[in-house]
Write a protein that binds this ligand. Structure first.
Ligand code: DX5
Ligand code: ZN
Length: 221
């Protein structure tokens, strides 16, 4: 059985005070701090890179879950490792040699995650699953916060969960209190959420609800 891990997406935070936003989320019960790294090529948006992780690292003990929406992710492994990233998640669509990349991520002391876009079939992950620490099933087209959750991606989560009962399955995009039940029932246990946490009147309550829903669904499996 896997446990719930809640990962607020810092893309929706106030970048002007990122370190305080990280601490605020951890105090409210967050398990991971989800950092969206975009290169303006793999996705039509541009965010932050290893220098920001390096700057943030001394200010937080939080687990930095880095989601790289970039082409050629292999070129950033060393930089993210020395900057202090805890998990390096790359897109299968962005690399030609995922097996070598996973080994390099582990050799640098980080956990390795593999992400799939909504239209990518989940079976591409299967050959690598035993080496991965986490699989990210995107529930929106990557690139922007605030998009609508795609329920059609839940079959991929269910298929992955039935084959790999112990792997961390992360979902990312449009997660909120209305659809967390569907995601949890399908088998997702690592919940990324930007808008629904940061825009909530009570972000701590949203984090608690996500955790309770996931843990109850896991207990019922
Ligand atoms: C989108 C990013 C997400 C995004 C989620 O490509 O990977 O992490 O921040 O934001 P919400 O929860 O607002 O959809
Ligand atoms: Zn993300």
């Amino acid at each position: 059985m896997v446990v719930a891990k809640i990962a607020p997406s810092l893309l929706s935070s106030d970048f002007a005070c990122l370190a305080q936003e990280c601490e605020r989320m951890l105090e409210l019960g967050a398990d991971y701090l989800h950092m969206d790294v975009m290169d303006g090529h793999f996705v039509p948006n541009l965010t932050l890179g290893a220098p920001i992780i390096k700057c943030l690292r001394p200010h937080t003990k939080g687990f930095l879950d880095c989601h790289l929406m970039v082409s050629h992710p292999e070129q950033w492994v060393d930089d993210f490792a020395s900057a202090g990233a805890d998990l390096f998640c790359f897109h299968i669509e962005a690399t030609e040699d995922a097996a070598t990349l996973i080994d390099r991520i582990h050799a640098k002391g980080m956990k390795a995650g593999m992400a799939v876009k909504p239209k990518t079939p989940i079976d591409v992950v299967y050959p690598f699953a035993s080496k991965l620490d986490q699989v990210l099933v995107m529930t929106v087209e990557p690139g922007f916060g605030g998009q609508a959750f795609m329920p059609e991606c839940m079959q991929k989560v269910a298929d992955l969960r039935s084959k790999f009962p112990d792997i961390d399955i992360q979902v990312d995009g449009g997660l909120d209190p209305d659809n967390i039940g569907v995601a949890a029932k399908a088998g997702a246990n690592v919940i990324v959420a930007g808008s629904s946490i940061f825009k909530a009147n009570s972000p701590g309550e949203v984090i608690s609800l996500f955790r309770k829903t996931v843990d109850e669904a896991q207990a019922a499996m």
